[in-house]
Every structure is written in C-alpha cells, then in structure tokens.
Design a protein around this ligand. Structure first.
Ligand SMILES: *Cc1c(COP(=O)(O)O)cnc(C)c1O
Length: 385
C-alpha cells in the first residue's frame, strides 16, 4: 500500500495519505467543498458528519503529514498560530512552560499576551545547552517548547537531550519544525511528543496558503488535541488543505535546492567585506553544528547576517535595494524573501529583550528561494554595495 511507512520519505511525500478518489478514480484528492454530509438515517453515515469535525481533503492531508513526520496522527489548523493555540489549550491555570527564547515573534506574542492572561507562566530561556532547561523545572512545569533551528538566530537545539529531560520530569515536548521541514528533520524520531508546523512556509512552499499542523504518535494526546480542534474550530478549509497536499509533493526537490542555494549564499556573504557575521546552520564552525549534523539531513535556505555597520538604517538600505529578494514577512516559499526581524517578524519583542538575545538592529534574514543562485548572489551584491 502506498501509505505504508516502509517507503522512503521521497515516495511518501507523493503518495502517503492519498488514494484515488473512490467515485471517479481522480488521482489527486478532490477539494470536498462541503459543510455537511447526507445521512441515510440518523447516525448512518460514511464517517463524515459535519465539516468542522471531518473533511476528506483534510483527512488525506492529515494522514500524509503523519506519515512524513514519522508520526501516527496529523491534525490540521487554519494557521500555524491556530495549531500553537490548540497545544497551549492543553494547559491549565498555574501550569508553567519552558520555551526556547529565540523564537517566532507570534509564538512569543500568543504566550505573553494571550495565555499569560489565563494564569499560565512561560519561561523564555536559551537552550543551546539543553541542560539549562533543568534550572527552570518546578512541580508546576508541564511543557517544554522548542523551535529549532531558531528564528532568526539559527541556533540549533538538541531535541534528543530536550526529550530526555522532558521524559524524566513527565513534561510534554513540543517542537516547532517549521524551519527545517520534515525533509531535513523529524523531531518525533528524537523523542518529541508533538511536532508543530506552520505549513504556510516550506510545506505549502508556494506562498499561496496560510495553514498549520500538529503531528504526534500518542493516541491519548491525539484525542485531546482533536477534541480541541473540533471544539474550538480553528480548522482549515478544504481548498487550503488541498494546496498544502499539493505543495508537499515537491518538498524534497525544493528543500534540496533551498539547501544548495543556501550554502552558496551563506559562503558568499561570509566572504563579503561589509558583513560582520553570517548565521547558517551548515557552517562547520557553527557552535552547535555537531547537533545539527546529528538531527538534520541538510541545512536549508534560512540565513541571517549582521552588517559591520550595525544600525537599522544600514539594514533598511540593503532591504530597499534588492530586486529578486522580495521584502516580505514569511519564509519557505519558492521565491527568495528578505526581511528585517527587528522591525518585522520580531517587532513585538521589546528591544532590550531582543538585543539581549543577540538579535541586532542590523540583522537581516533571508529565506533563500529556488531561483538561479548566481542571479540571487548578484542581487545581494548590488544591494549590499
Ligand atoms: C510562521 C511561523 C509560525 C506561525 O504560523 P502561521 O501559519 O503564520 O500562523 C510559527 N512558527 C514559526 C517558526 C513560523 O515561522
């Protein structure tokens, strides 16, 4: 059977979760654009009752995601933040969460501005050394939240070490795997309990959909999260599920090119006289490169760099000059993007906190696309000057 986990990832990306449509034989899962399903008699239905609860296009995608993350269950949401929201709803007032401190600005925002109001406490800490987690564990701690590689500083956190500590203390380990994608890293293999994706990024891959997902192995956890998914209702529509299902079929091919282009551009920037520092997971002298080599199969196209002229104006000047790199939020699409985390994605983090964590004023983040790499390098050359 095509869905079987015995197949290699490259095969599962194309076939997992997907069956020819039973009505017509259509090879691609149809967009079941419906809100409800006709029953022969009350309770006599084909497994589908109401489209917030189940939709066949979503089911296909959920099964595909479960397979490509080496999990048992997938759950889809209307956005990455909706997926984050669902996980946070596993918590109760008084609970505490230990969170990696260099993370997506929206995650920081929902924790500090939404869930903190419900009596949940979040500790944002550096996890380059995972053992640091131990310093923050109390009898109230329920969850460890890790984003790796981190955004935008591209630190690498040892998932296996985090899982070991989490298991010792009976904590749920959540890994936001958006940056690596299932092609480069599978956190469940290293002991994570829940993998989270903003499928808006590499999974969708074409900058045409906002979508989120959770993948897990444990059936009891899946039941709790599916209950939240249905009760709170932040579900994606079938067309959005279809776009992600289509996107993941080329994930491997895209990620290979993102990684190749990323390497070439990281090396180019590192040799540039106006660049002070380049952050890219693939450098052998990256402080956590050994961990990256252990848990990742490649290093992707996310690169951050800091100018020698370290101020916001210098960064904005570069941003205003690129032609191929579009100035935009987001990442992971086929087209190259350039951004300024301090004023864009991470604008919601106070400056003091930001600088303390190493996010300089001139730090520029690239999401390297899959265009011709020499064209991309030329574009950066003329923009940096
Ligand atoms: C974009 C992003 C999110 C949020 O996802 P949305 O789909 O925008 O809601 C969460 N985590 C990371 C790492 C992201 O890049």
């Amino acid at each position: 059977m095509a869905n079987s986990n015995k197949h290699k990832l490259e095969t599962r990306l194309i076939h997992a979760g997907v069956e020819p449509d039973p009505t017509t034989g259509a090879i691609m899962t149809p967009i079941y654009q419906t809100s409800t399903y006709v029953q022969a008699a009350p309770g006599d239905h084909k497994g589908y009752e109401y489209a917030r609860t189940q939709n066949p296009t979503r089911t296909a995608l959920q099964n595909a995601l479960a397979s490509i993350e080496n999990g048992q269950y997938g759950l889809c949401f209307g956005s990455g933040m909706a997926a984050t929201d669902a996980v946070a709803k596993l918590l109760l007032p008084g609970d505490e969460v230990i969170v990696s401190n260099d993370l997506y600005g929206g995650t920081y925002r929902i924790f500090t501005k939404v869930f903190a109001n419900y009596g949940i406490k979040f500790h944002f800490i550096p996890m380059d050394d995972a053992q640091n987690i131990r310093n923050y564990i109390s009898d109230k701690t329920k969850m460890v939240w890790v984003e790796t590689p981190t955004n935008p500083l591209l630190n690498v956190i040892d998932i296996e070490a985090c899982a070991q500590i989490s298991k010792e203390h009976n904590l749920l380990l959540v890994v936001d795997n958006t940056f690596a994608s299932p092609y480069l890293q599978n956190p469940l293999d290293w002991g994570a309990d829940i993998v989270l994706h903003s499928a808006t990024k590499y999974l969708g891959g074409h900058s045409d959909v906002v979508h989120g997902a959770l993948i897990m192995k444990d059936v009891a956890l899946e039941e709790r999260l599916r209950f939240i998914q249905n009760s709170c209702g932040a579900v994606p529509g079938p067309h959005d599920c279809w776009l992600v299902l289509r996107g993941i079929k080329t994930l491997h091919v895209r990620m290979q090119r993102h990684s190749e282009n990323g390497k070439a551009i990281a090396e180019y920037l590192r040799a540039h006289p106006k660049v002070a520092r380049v952050l890219w997971v693939g450098f052998e002298d990256h402080p956590n490169h050994e961990v990256a080599r252990k848990q990742m199969r490649g290093y992707g196209g996310m690169i951050s760099f800091v100018l020698k002229d370290d101020n916001i104006e210098a960064a904005l000047a570069v941003l205003s000059k690129t032609q191929l790199f579009s100035l935009a939020e987001s990442l992971g699409g086929v087209e190259s993007l350039i951004g300024h985390p301090a004023t864009m994605t991470h604008g919601s983090i106070p400056r003091e906190e930001r600088i303390k964590n190493g996010l300089s004023d001139s730090l520029i983040r690239l999401s390297v696309g899959i265009e011709d790499v020499n064209d991309l390098i030329e574009d950066l050359a003329q923009a940096i000057g």
